[in-house]
Design a binder for this molecule. Structure first.
Ligand SMILES: O=C(O)CCC(=O)C(=O)O
Length: 329
């Protein structure tokens, strides 16, 4: 009997302490939920990497990518400005790719020219004092990989791009502010207007050499490091060259009108030297030199080449040659 009583008391004690523990757990969960819903507490997995509303880095940020020559460091993008629309893609190129582009361009560098708006010919200019050269679009596997990466980032097909231009600025050399879009008909015949530019920095620059947008509206920039101290870029926004980084900006607005806020230039190099590479992209297919020569030769022979839906002209893709009424595949 006494044994039974002790047993049932022990059972009662056990069940009441179980009820108390359960009640405490329910209360703690309730308090925790309250703190989470009020934002006083947050879960550790989201607190470090949660993107801001205007941070498109979440689309791109990935550890390391190896779709080209060498290893690229961590990649992320930043909105530099909405007027003009300009973005920075950090570590777009690997160190090896930067060095490779400089190496293949070096033996062919010539004093830079600007395009004459009446004749479309290249002319010497005091506006641009750097030296430069053009690479052929798709000239080798490394260049093709970079061009494919540019197309993936910009959503502009490879075939809309001009060949990469490599530029070299020594101390005192600069590129005065200018537009990349054309105001004449001659230069828009091949592929239409230039819609966007990707500028890739192939070296760091000790001092000077910033790319500057004098007409940019600083209010809409989300970068934290806007450099106020750059004399040449005081009025607008300037970007300090960093090896491997790429700057994308649009010369046309989404409504297809030209964007005057895309005015930009290269500040004089003060110390060290600057290497960069420019990819100009058009609204339509931009035929490169060899293509144009073949197409005009065919035209003069009354022949026409059909290159398929992409409009791309590459030896590996099937095409149809029209000679008067006959077709050759
Ligand atoms: O080198 C720079 O920072 C500017 C280059 C440029 O304006 C261009 O290539 O159109």
């Amino acid at each position: 009997m006494a044994k039974d009583g002790r047993h049932s008391r022990a059972l009662n004690r056990k069940s009441s302490s179980f009820t108390i523990i359960l009640a405490i757990l329910v209360m703690m969960s309730f308090v925790l939920l309250m703190l989470l819903s009020l934002g006083i507490l947050s879960l550790p997995i989201t607190s470090q990497h949660f993107p801001k509303a205007n941070d498109i880095s979440s689309l791109i940020r990935s550890s390391q990518r190896t779709d080209g020559l060498g290893e690229r460091g961590e990649q992320w993008t930043e909105v530099l400005s909405w007027e003009p629309r300009a973005f920075i893609y950090h570590n777009f190129l690997s160190k090896e790719e930067c060095k490779y582009l400089i190496k293949i361009a070096k033996p062919r560098m010539k004093k830079s020219t600007v395009v004459d708006s009446k004749t479309g010919r290249s002319t010497d200019s005091r506006v641009r004092t750097s030296s430069g050269t053009f690479l052929r679009r798709g000239q080798d596997k490394i260049v093709s990989d970079i061009e494919k990466r540019i197309a993936d980032f910009t959503f502009i097909p490879v075939e809309h791009g001009e060949g990469l231009q490599i530029l070299h600025y020594e101390v005192g050399q600069k590129y005065e502010p200018h537009f990349d879009y054309f105001l004449d008909e001659f230069n828009t015949k091949n592929g239409g207007q230039r819609i966007a530019t990707l500028l890739m920095y192939l070296t760091d620059v000790e001092e000077g050499g910033e790319t500057v947008f004098p007409n940019a509206n600083r209010n809409f920039s989300s970068v934290s490091w806007l450099d106020e101290s750059v004399e040449c870029g005081k009025k607008g926004i300037s970007v300090k060259p960093k090896m491997g980084d790429a700057l994308l900006f649009w010369s046309m607005k989404p409504d297809a009108t030209l964007d005057p806020s895309s005015l930009h230039g290269g500040c004089p190099v003060i110390k060290g030297d600057k290497w960069s590479s420019t990819k100009w992209m058009h609204v339509g297919h931009h035929h490169v030199k060899a293509e144009q020569e073949i197409l005009s030769l065919l035209g003069s022979l009354k022949m026409r080449l059909e290159v398929g839906e992409s409009g791309s002209f590459e030896p590996s893709r099937p095409c149809t040659l029209h000679v008067e009424n006959r077709k050759y595949n």
